[in-house]
Design a protein around this ligand. Structure first.
Ligand SMILES: C[S@@+](CC[C@H](N)C(=O)[O-])C[C@H]1O[C@@H](n2cnc3c(N)ncnc32)[C@H](O)[C@@H]1O
Length: 254
């Protein structure tokens, strides 16, 4: 018996519904690894390229060596798992103990303003995650980095193990690292309310200190201070910033 026209139409409609709407329900959505796979190195590389285009070059960084290194250092290896999906976003991220990994643009700006040459001896006060130290090391600097929070210092030291040109220390960076001084450059990634005199003392003639200075949680100013002679420095303001405070040993709770 030949099928009636209405039966044929119903079959056609059912087929159409399957094609249009059925494809999602046919996928094994119960498997998150297929429906929503974890990002791989290709995804991170793409996110890093976007970060460099939008937040580094797009926000005015011009130093080609800094741009190239920011496009190479795997920032996602320096952030906690809970915020991995934001590793390449242009804002600071929590790393525990009330501390942060700085915003990518600020890392690039401070690095650019250090005016590094390969082989420069650089002191970093505030290792945090170790990301800034890795950026400095990739630029060919000899890096000395000091962190006041013990567990952060320990974790960063482990992450930075692959860099023979990075020395790490747990301690109060207000006093600098006298045995390794003088430094061609010093970067301070937490804000004191005044420039620590030991850091100025440990700056070589011609050396640059990049440091945020100001009250806790309020407007702070980023400065580049250049030592012109043993008894003369010159300061240039690089604009307003907001950093976590530079702590002293007695203020640290772990
Ligand atoms: C904004 S975070 C630094 C981010 C870090 N440079 C990075 O790449 O992740 C500031 C860091 O400075 C540390 N810090 C604060 N006061 C310090 C001090 N007196 N000496 C050394 N580190 C200090 C904090 O514990 C914190 O880890």
């Amino acid at each position: 018996m030949r099928p009636r026209l209405s039966t044929l139409m119903l079959a056609a409609l059912a087929l159409l519904a399957l094609i249009l709407g059925g494809s999602q329900s046919l996928l094994p959505t119960e498997s998150p690894s297929i429906a929503n796979p974890a990002p791989d190195e290709t995804d991170y590389a793409a996110a890093r390229r976007r970060m460099v285009a939008e937040a580094i070059v797009g926000w005015g960084i011009r130093d080609q060596a800094v741009i190239e290194v920011m496009g190479r250092v795997p920032r996602h290896e320096y952030v906690p798992a809970e915020v991995l999906d934001q590793a390449y976003a242009n804002h600071p991220l929590p790393i525990g103990y009330g501390q942060t990994i700085s915003q990518p643009y600020i890392v690039a700006l401070m690095t650019q303003e250090l005016r590094l040459e390969a082989g420069d001896r650089v002191l970093e006060v505030g290792t945090g995650s170790g990301y800034q130290a890795a950026v400095l090391a990739e630029l060919g600097a000899e890096v000395y980095t000091i962190e006041i929070v013990g567990p952060l210092a320990e974790a960063a030291a482990a992450r930075l193990q692959g860099y023979p040109n990075v020395a790490t220390r747990h301690g109060d960076g207000y006093d600098g690292w006298p045995e390794a001084a003088p430094f061609d450059a010093i970067i301070v990634t937490a804000a004191p309310d005044h420039v620590p005199p030991p850091l100025l003392d440990q700056l070589a003639v011609g050396g640059r200190l990049v440091i945020p200075v100001g009250p806790v949680g309020d407007y702070q100013e980023l400065w580049r201070i250049t030592r012109r002679s043993p008894d003369q420095v010159e300061s240039v303001s690089l604009g307003g910033v907001r950093f976590v405070p530079l702590l002293r040993t007695e203020e640290v709770r772990e």
